[in-house]
Design a protein around this ligand. Structure first.
Ligand code: PGA
Length: 251
């Protein structure tokens, strides 16, 4: 199924303060100028910026997302934590969950599954990251890992309506390396097949790609069938780089 638009989702990671709003402002000016209805732009920013940025973007076509949340959907004694209800009330519409940088820091598939359920309950759209490590790729385990992460991460999740699956090979994040056309085609087709099977073809599947997306490779990446957009890390911390990516998609 082809979508009416492509997602361009910025993952700012541990970057940004109030003055960084100027980056989003420049992107906003650009999309207002080109009046493209073909893209949905989302900036996933640190929690400290969600409220301020989403207030400033109320009348714009840019949405704000968070980068993680606690697994409990109610308040509780968890010093330093923020849950989906809180990021939602701060103005986020989306949340990244299962990112490999969080998996490395201790997020298990089970924990990610609980976070996903809590985020859906609080009406957030989840950007669910999955992907294999270099070692797993070398051992030809990519599909096995993707399948396992989907089964465990989406356990007891009833619908895909609030899920965007982001295929992010761990070895491509921040390295400048991206999968070959064939590898990406295979992974995306496999994810689609797996999700359709798991959800009995009942829901539309949204799959994006993340890992070293930049102005040089976007022209190639955009030609891959079945990709509904991109999760962009490093290149989203610069207005010029982010805008150049958009320009290369719509030239
Ligand atoms: P990168 O990060 O674009 O800097 O590789 C992508 C991500 O971690 O989501």
């Amino acid at each position: 199924m082809t979508y009416k638009y492509k997602y361009f989702i910025a993952n700012w990671k541990m970057f940004g303060d109030f003055s960084s709003f100027k980056i989003i402002n420049l992107v906003n000016n650009y999309i207002n100028k080109i009046k493209s209805k073909k893209s949905r732009i989302i900036f996933c920013v640190p929690s400290t910026l969600i409220s301020y940025f989403s207030n400033r973007l109320k009348k714009s076509n840019i949405f704000i997302g968070a980068q993680n949340c606690h697994y409990l959907d109610e308040y509780g004694s968890h010093t330093g934590s923020i849950n989906s209800k809180m990021i939602k009330s701060a103005g986020a519409k989306y949340v990244i969950l299962g990112h490999s940088e969080n998996r490395i820091e201790g997020d298990t598939d089970n924990l990610i599954n609980n976070k996903i359920k809590s985020a859906i309950k609080n009406n957030l759209v989840v950007i669910f990251c999955i992907g294999e490590t270099l070692n797993q790729k070398k051992q030809n385990l990519t599909n096995k890992i993707l399948s396992m992460q989907i089964d465990k991460g989406l356990r007891l999740v009833k619908s895909l309506n609030k899920i965007i699956v982001s295929y992010e090979p761990v070895w491509s994040i921040g390295t400048g390396k991206i999968p070959t056309h064939k590898e990406l085609n295979n992974a995306v087709s496999f994810i689609k097949y797996k999700l359709n099977k798991k959800f009995n073809n009942k829901h539309s599947v949204k799959i994006i790609y993340g890992g070293s997306v930049n102005v040089k490779n976007i022209g190639e990446l955009i030609t891959i069938q079945g990709i509904n957009g991109f999760l962009i890390g490093g290149a989203s911390q610069s207005a010029k780089k982010f805008i150049d990516i958009l320009k290369n998609c719509y030239k």
